[in-house]
Ligand binder design. Structure first.
Ligand code: GLU
Length: 509
């Protein structure tokens, strides 16, 4: 660990300025409001008063800090999940600027309160599983969660009752009809927990075992969960939305009565209480900046990356993400799964929460909706995102798409391929060379010593590989760092056949 101190202390002063460290952390996406930073400040005895220009760290203090706060060490060593975070942010900003031009769609107007929002607002907010943060646009403006609250109620129901019990009351198939359609599946249950009927059902399961729990307890429980998901940043309740919602809820009442008629609810459920809870959950509000920590918690197997709070079990999150993938985007869920290939949930306030499993959570918020109820800009953002990055679930099988893997360090991908190529050439592994070439590898590429595949093939007398490389038209006499050519290598090692082949090829040039 002393090493890291020395690398950072390049002027050999024997101390590091805390302010400089903060700058490095910020470039890695660790912001000042990060919950984990509060503990670092505490350990350093930093308060708002002496913050932070005078604070310096000697090697011992530095080592202590990176030992007790591993995220600091990870960031300083560029080992966070997105190692080139600034490059990533630059690309996200470009996408944001492109998408901002799109003013298509219209705000939801079936609830009066939703129709009043400023339609031009647009925010994108990112939180990685290492707590790297980036946000653009109106990311501090609170909006209500609407249907994007549904996955969390499902998670809560799963944790309380387990999979079997929950799915005695709600299915897990896409419905193929709109989110509020008056429709149940063939056995009289709501299709899935991501549409209204199923979400009302999730609400009926919350704190069901605790018969003494009041309506306030139930809502408090949901709100507290959101506060844990959002690392205790602002999460509130928009009473105007709630009242508006409640006044215009004929369809949701109809759905609830329809389900009761079909015997879908568990015993001892007060229908009105359940519906009220459902409206309240839709009216929970927070900003895009804060909300991104929720999908990031899902991406991080249920643990909030900024607080270390294990909000849900990993299996709960897995099951929830499966349903978000198949059912999270209203009547465009199949298309979203096909084109974007990520678990997501949208809400009629214009929010989309997207999970890139094991990488990050993304929130896009822009109130204008398309015909099925998804944010127009949100969808365009997602499309552009997966065009650029290999985030689609199944990009892992389509390696030659030219998409960027932001999880890799800048040159890591190229270096990996280069090492494989040189290794394959020296071992005579023609198959591997062909595979690399098919994946767009330049067979002329040299390592830092200027050694190329053909150098190695000549040195190791790999005749088949030599013939293959010559046939592919690679340069025949590249010079390595010491001025040596492949022919020099072959001669030095007395590989007569290789010498013959190379000399002939060079003559025919
Ligand atoms: N409050 C809305 C309703 O139940 C939720 C709609 C949504 O976001 O899909 O009508």
């Amino acid at each position: 660990m002393g090493n890291l101190f020395q690398v950072l202390d390049d002027k050999k002063k024997g101390k590091l300025n805390f302010k400089d460290l903060l700058m490095i952390l910020m470039r890695e996406g660790i912001l000042q409001d990060d919950n984990r930073m509060q503990n670092v400040y505490k350990d350093l005895g930093i308060s708002k008063q002496n913050f932070p220009s005078q604070v310096t760290l000697n090697e011992a203090t530095f080592d202590q800090i990176i030992k007790s706060h591993t995220f600091v060490k990870k960031a300083l060593k560029k080992e966070m999940v997105i190692p080139n975070f600034q490059d990533f942010c630059t690309e996200i900003r470009k996408i944001y600027t492109q998408v901002e031009k799109n003013t298509g769609g219209a705000v939801a107007d079936y609830i009066p309160q939703l129709a009043r929002v400023n339609p031009d607002q647009f925010a994108v907010s990112i939180c990685t599983i290492d707590g790297q943060r980036f946000a653009l646009g109106n990311s501090d403006v609170p909006f209500c969660l609407q249907s994007s609250s549904k996955p969390i109620n499902y998670c809560l129901a799963l944790e309380e009752h387990g999979l079997d019990k929950v799915h005695q009351h709600v299915g897990r198939e896409p419905s193929g009809v709109s989110f509020n359609a008056l429709a149940l599946n063939s056995i009289g249950l709501p299709h899935n927990p991501m549409i209204n009927a199923g979400a009302i059902m999730s609400c009926s399961l919350l704190k069901l075992k605790d018969q003494s729990a009041s309506s306030a307890d139930r809502f408090g429980y949901v709100l507290e969960t959101w506060r844990r998901l959002c690392a205790r940043k602002y999460v509130g309740f928009d009473n105007t939305v709630y009242l508006s919602e409640r006044k215009t809820a004929d369809r949701n009442y109809a759905l609830a009565y329809f389900m009761r008629e079909n015997g879908a609810f568990p015993d001892n459920v007060d229908l009105i209480d359940v519906l009220e809870l459902y409206f309240q959950c839709c009216s929970i509000e927070t900003s895009a900046y804060n909300l991104a920590m929720a999908p990031a918690t899902l991406a991080n197997a249920g643990m909030n990356p900024l607080t270390g709070d294990q909000v849900f079990k990993a299996t709960t999150v897995r099951d929830c993400m499966s349903l978000m993938t198949t059912c999270g985007m209203y009547d465009w869920s199949g298309e979203f799964a096909f084109k974007i290939g990520l678990p997501a949930k949208s809400g009629v306030s214009g929010v989309i929460q997207v999970v890139v499993p094991n990488v990050m959570g993304i929130v896009i918020w822009s109130p204008r909706l398309d015909k099925v109820g998804n944010s127009v800009r949100g969808i365009e953002f997602c499309k552009r995102l997966v065009e650029l990055y290999n985030f689609h679930n199944f990009d892992s099988v389509a390696r030659n798409t030219g998409k960027i893997d932001p999880r890799k360090r800048k040159h890591e991908a190229t270096v990996e391929k280069l090492v494989s190529m040189i290794y394959a050439a020296s071992n005579g592994d023609l198959e591997e060379l062909r595979r690399l070439q098919a994946n767009g590898m330049d067979l002329n590429m040299a390592d830092y010593d200027g050694r190329t595949a053909i150098h190695l093939a000549a040195s190791e007398n790999q005749i088949e590989v030599l013939r293959f490389l010559i046939n592919q038209g690679v340069f025949l006499d590249p010079k390595d760092r010491w001025g040596g050519t492949p022919l020099d290598d072959a001669k030095r090692h007395k590989h007569t056949e290789a010498v013959k082949i190379l000399s002939k090829a060079l003559k025919g040039k």
